[in-house]
Design a protein. Structure first.
Length: 384
């Protein structure tokens, strides 16, 4: 046999015949695969199934000690089909909802890249389901689940530093959510779109989108408060402080109505989770230059936020550090700044990177050059 043929056999491009196995055993002087008991006198007479069985057992034995020559991953998935069922029932819709719930939990706890990979696969499956037959009420429910999943993936894409791609995903999410019954979800996706636009340098457009969302009187008071708080922050970016303060008042008024029970189930991760409204209002008041009120809200948020709200907690902490430094509480400010830098290590987030840069500028402004150098070094770990 030629070297080329043997090479192709060893790469898996030619079949391993019983005769070839026997030839290897004679040449190498060691058993390559056990011969079958039924054909021990004539190994060349082994059936193809015998060879396949020995080959499989040999591969498993090699894999058990980490020495298997495995197929490339792309080839391992050859032949796998993901055809959705012809008729979509409750089981399929609930599966999309559970996948979305899991994704939100993993993503909020800083594991953005891995969570996004999960979400992309689930979203492709969810979209394929929308093209199949199902009961009208299930179709609406599926559209809401698909919209929420696309929204969370779009938000993660924005936080990874690619706003244009995030806009595409969020617009798709809004279109899907609008076909379902969840009005809070529709409003929340518009909130996310407004934030991306503001980050792209168009805060006035961001405020306009929130005004459109607030025109729907069917959304819960919890989401109304959220919309107003974010609108206040966008107004600050647009240079309209008076409008921003009016939105703060409206957010606080919505919170006083206290109807969180009307918020949808997904909101427990975000809008009605402990500390969320305090963090949203704290960020807005900080942007509006209301330092004392901002400190109060941000401190309240830090005391109640779920530890899994990694990025939200960091956004509050960086601003509290800045407020301490501005007020001359240098020891407390530096301690908070170093804590923020340590907790941000490994967090891939465009927003957190921007917040750390803001903290560095504040340290430089107040003559804390050593602190600024420390933070600059640490911020590279969360840069996207």
């Amino acid at each position: 046999m030629s070297k080329g043929h043997l090479s192709r056999v060893e790469r898996g491009q030619r079949p391993v015949t019983p005769a070839l196995v026997r030839a290897y055993e004679i040449t190498l002087g060691v058993p390559v695969a056990a011969t079958s008991a039924t054909n021990s006198d004539d190994p060349d007479a082994d059936t193809f199934e015998d060879v396949k069985r020995r080959s499989l057992l040999s591969s498993i034995a090699a894999a058990s000690v980490g020495a298997a020559a495995l197929e490339p991953l792309a080839r391992l998935f050859d032949g796998f089909t993901e055809s959705p069922p012809a008729y979509v029932g409750l089981t399929e819709v609930e599966a999309v909802e559970r996948a979305t719930d899991l994704y939100m939990s993993v993503d909020l706890a800083r594991h953005g890249a891995m969570a996004a990979a999960m979400a992309r696969g689930a979203l492709r499956w969810a979209v394929s389901l929308t093209e199949r037959r199902m009961a009208p009420d299930l179709r609406e429910r599926l559209f809401s689940a698909t919209g929420l999943l696309a929204d969370r993936l779009g938000w993660a894409t924005f936080d990874a530093g690619t706003p244009p791609r995030a806009m595409q995903l969020l617009t798709f999410a809004l279109d899907s959510a609008a076909r379902g019954p969840d009005r809070d979800l529709r409003a929340h996706i518009m909130l996310d779109l407004s934030t991306v636009l503001t980050d792209m340098g168009r805060p006035s457009d961001g405020v306009e989108i929130l005004r459109m969302a607030l025109g729907d009187e069917r959304i819960s008071s919890a989401e109304q408060a959220n919309l107003h708080a974010v609108a206040a922050r966008h107004c600050a970016a647009a240079g309209d402080r008076a409008a921003g303060l009016r939105h703060v008042e409206r957010a606080e008024a919505a919170l006083s109505r206290g109807t969180p029970a009307l918020a949808p189930a997904w909101a427990r991760h975000i809008t009605v989770s402990p500390g969320h409204h305090d963090s949203a209002l704290g960020l807005a008041l900080f942007a509006l230059g209301e330092d004392d009120r901002a400190r109060e809200r941000l401190t309240a948020a830090m005391s109640t936020l779920d530890p899994e709200r990694t990025r939200t907690g960091l956004r509050c902490l960086t601003r509290l550090a800045i407020l301490d430094i501005r007020a001359g509480n240098y020891d407390e400010g530096e301690a908070k700044a170093r804590r923020a830098a340590a907790e941000a290590s490994g967090v891939t987030s465009a927003r957190i990177s921007a917040d750390l840069r803001m903290l560095v500028r504040t340290a430089e402004q107040y003559g804390k050059h050593d602190l600024a150098a420390e933070l600059t070094s640490a911020s590279s770990a969360s840069r996207v």
